[in-house]
Design a protein around this ligand. Structure first.
Ligand code: GAL
Length: 686
């Protein structure tokens, strides 16, 4: 399957710079609203997301609408050439609705009905909420669909969570009936029913998982998470009905999240299931810059991973929908971005494929929980404010980068990431309960590519594998036969495949493959994993690979070779002298298996060697020092090269040719230096 590119393109006249704007909080302060329009221009911003949580301002009483204030905002933004991203307000709802229609309220896993309040707390199955969101969206589309400032729809806000009410339970049972063809026995088989007497004899006995009830049936937990994703997608599709009908040419997005503080992809929903329903991917990035547990470069690598994952969901430019120009208000410690960091972090987003830098939030509010969350306009309301100045400076630089818009990236290397695998691995009772760490394992393998500036796509199991030279598959614990077949075809046709320990263990129902390690995998890799040893943190073992010793951590899989040749052997314990790392020529390609979790130096050396043999290089021949990241975007005639110093030191760079300096003007060549957090954007014809 092709990646899910959209036909409905974002036709923006510029790289988007601006963000979440909440005029509905300031309707009693017309002077502030007027000031906003002036400040937006001084900040070199051009695009604003409005209406995100504005339902009570739009429909203060049931059926009584008030759009005048929003009309004015549209017109005012349009008056200076700005664009509007119009949100549907379903992320939070007015109190009258919860009071009158309690079915909109969410029920948690303990089966406790939630009270009105907060946000992101509605039932995705509620007939009332489906009807009300469809209706308000229709009104918005009718009123603003033809407004020249309307650029994009922002559907709801950061969909998340699940609801366990009776309506959801009934919908879950219907979903299961469809999935298992009305065959309860098939469900019992898939969920390993006889274990602890968990065989169902009537569909009505089936309920969502709960800490107060059933929480240990892995097949049930997995299906519940799939259902919750599907129910959220269906809710979104319902929101889209009037939007697609009335504004067929306006693209839509919904903003994705990342889990923080350890910046990893959001795990609550399988975002891949949203990808072909929306036109543009967007996400909200809140890295804990300047934290005290990792280097700036390490955190930048993690940001790069999510960018590469979310971008690849549609294989087209994405949008950074939210970030803060300074501090957030919800990290353990809310540190201000040091001077330069905001521009650097923004440039990284652009470098990895974003066509926007948008903020939460334009102006700091006066009350409630987000009043101290960073914003472009601080409580001082002053354009002389340091943060405002840095935003304005970024805006000016983005204007110089206009040609970047719509340019793409190209990768010869792909990583396979799978949300369902993450869920199943988390559930697995075994191995080390805390050491499985799927994403950290991804990072451990992605890091060497990031350090060497090798572009990477992070693909899904339903994507096309064939366009890559090298495919890296860390810890794909859950693997169905179809994926195994795709991997086989990939290698047979000349692909180079790297897979790690704890892969191919369970099928799509989270049932362990019966008996042999999947025959197909044994065929591809020429090995059979015999057992996986789990290590305590103080346990020591090593693998000898190319005359160097690398420390084993957490996992060591003991292998039987059925055709592979060994590249590295264990040095201690009862499996001393047996293979830990193998290579197997298969068809036109080669399959590598890394049986142990090894220290970073191993990944550095292993992939350096592989990249050398496979002639996979950074798209430019620039040399640099540690902590500097080089990323490239292309169009038909140019390469845009971002050189970003994520270290706290000045760094030396040796350019490989003459470049145009896009930000500072003129040409550069030879040796240059970048100060800490400094960025250069260079351009060269292809
Ligand atoms: C996002 C959310 C915004 C705002 C922001 C604060 O998750 O979409 O509305 O709350 O966090 O960082």
């Amino acid at each position: 399957m092709k990646m899910k590119q959209s036909k409905r393109e974002l036709k923006a006249p510029f790289l988007l710079h601006g963000g979440d704007y909440n005029p509905d909080q300031w309707l009693k302060y017309p002077e502030v609203l007027k000031e906003d329009i002036d400040l937006m221009q001084s900040a070199h911003t051009n695009t604003f997301s409005v209406g995100i949580f504005a339902w009570s301002a739009l429909e203060p009483e049931e059926g009584l609408y008030n759009f005048e204030w929003l009309d004015k905002i549209f017109d005012d933004i349009h008056s200076f050439g700005g664009k509007v991203i119009l949100a549907t307000p379903s992320g939070a709802r007015p109190a009258w609705m919860s009071k009158k229609y309690p079915d909109v309220l969410r029920v948690n896993a303990e089966r406790v009905k939630q009270l009105h309040g907060g946000r992101h707390n509605h039932c995705f199955t509620s007939p009332t909420y489906l009807e009300k969101t469809e209706k308000i969206n229709r009104k918005l589309a009718e009123r603003y669909g033809k407004h020249p400032a309307l650029l994009l729809w922002h559907i709801s806000n950061e969909y998340s969570g699940d609801c366990h009410c009776d309506n959801c339970q009934a919908a879950f049972r219907e979903w299961l009936k469809e999935k298992y063809d009305e065959n309860l026995e098939a469900l019992n088989d898939a969920w390993w029913g006889p274990f602890w007497s968990h065989t169902f004899t009537d569909w009505e006995q089936v309920e969502s998982p709960s800490p107060n009830g059933e929480d240990g049936v892995h097949g049930l937990r997995l299906d519940w998470r799939r259902f919750s994703t599907d129910q959220t997608v269906r809710f979104m599709e319902n929101e889209l009905v009037p939007i697609r009908e009335i504004t067929p040419d306006i693209p839509v997005t919904t903003n994705f999240m990342a889990d923080t503080p350890d910046l990893i992809p959001f795990r609550g929903l399988d975002y891949n299931r949203f990808a072909d329903k929306i036109d543009v991917i967007s996400w909200d990035a809140y890295p804990t810059w300047h934290n005290d547990w990792e280097t700036t470069a390490e955190l930048a690598m993690k940001v790069g991973f999510i960018d590469d994952l979310y971008r690849t969901l549609k294989d087209q430019p994405f949008l950074l929908m939210e970030n803060t120009p300074s501090a957030v208000n919800w990290h353990p410690v809310n540190k201000a971005k040091r001077p330069g960091m905001h521009i650097l972090a923004s440039m990284q987003m652009l470098a990895h494929g974003s066509d926007s830098i948008l903020y939460f939030q334009w102006r700091k509010s006066r009350g409630s929980t987000e009043k101290f969350h960073g914003a472009v306009v601080d409580h001082d309301r002053s354009p002389d404010n340091r943060v405002f100045q840095e935003v304005a400076e970024l805006g000016k630089r983005m204007e110089k980068l206009a040609a970047l818009q719509g340019t793409h990236r190209a990768a010869e290397v792909a990583f396979l990431y799978d949300w369902e695998n993450d869920w199943a691995l988390e559930d697995a009772q075994g191995y080390g309960l805390d050491s499985k760490q799927y994403i950290k394992t991804m990072h451990a393998h992605y890091r060497p590519f990031w350090k060497q500036d090798i572009p990477v796509d992070v693909i899904m199991k339903d994507h096309d594998f064939s366009k890559y030279k090298l495919l890296v598959v860390p810890m794909l614990y859950m693997m169905n036969n179809q994926t195994a077949e795709k991997l086989e075809v990939f290698v047979k046709n000349g692909g180079k495949l790297v897979m790690t320990y704890i892969s191919g263990v369970v099928n799509e129902h989270d049932l362990v493959h019966n008996g042999e390690w999947q025959d197909k995998l044994t065929g591809i890799f020429g090995i059979r994993p015999l057992e996986t040893d789990t290590l305590y943190p103080r346990d020591r073992n090593h693998v000898l690979y190319r005359s160097k010793h690398y420390e084993v951590k957490d996992y060591a899989t003991v292998l039987e070779l059925t055709g592979a040749k060994t590249l590295g052997d264990y040095e201690e314990d009862f499996y001393k002298g047996t293979s830990a790392v193998t290579e197997h020529a298969y068809g036109e390609g080669i399959a590598y298996y890394i049986g142990a979790r090894l220290e970073d130096a191993f990944q550095d050396d292993f992939y350096a060697e592989l990249l050398k043999t496979e002639l996979i290089n950074s798209p430019v021949g620039i040399t640099k020092q540690e902590g500097v990241s080089i990323q490239v975007r292309y169009n038909e005639d140019s390469l845009f090269v971002f050189i970003m110093n994520f270290s706290e030191e000045t760094r030396d760079i040796q350019l490989d040719q003459l470049y145009d300096d896009v930000l500072d003007g003129g040409n550069v060549e030879g040796d240059i230096q970048l100060d800490s957090y400094e960025v250069k954007v260079l351009r060269v014809s292809k």
